[in-house]
Design a protein around this ligand. Structure first.
Ligand code: FES
Length: 106
């Protein structure tokens, strides 16, 4: 079964490779998801809201949990650089801070 990640609000989908992070899948299809600390779980700029399929993601490690805090964890937020699709199903995530390139001015 092909494991897919759907990214909202754009509605883009990708079949993920084994152990690929949500962040890397997003970047692969051209979604400019912020990742200021470059995958070190120390900035939270890459956070996403997991709308469906939380049970298919890798367990949260201590550092990710500390960075997110109980409030965000309760809202199904994960760090996309840490969360990997390890289960058998698919996942839908919402990117709250998708970076849009500034519009060119004339
Ligand atoms: S890139 Fe900084 S926490 Fe994910």
């Amino acid at each position: 079964m092909v494991k897919m990640i759907t990214f909202l609000p754009k509605g883009k989908r990708i079949a993920v490779k084994p152990r690929e992070s949500i962040l890397d899948a997003a970047l692969e299809i051209g979604l400019r998801l912020r990742h200021v600390c470059d995958r070190k779980a120390s900035c939270t700029t890459c956070k996403v809201l997991v709308e469906t399929g939380m049970e298919h993601l890798s367990p949260m490690e201590k550092k990710e949990a500390e960075m997110l805090g109980e409030g965000r964890i309760a809202q199904n937020i994960r760090l996309s650089c840490q969360a990997r699709l390890t289960g058998t199903g698919s996942v839908t995530v919402v990117i709250p801070n998708l970076y849009e390139a500034p519009k060119a001015t004339a």
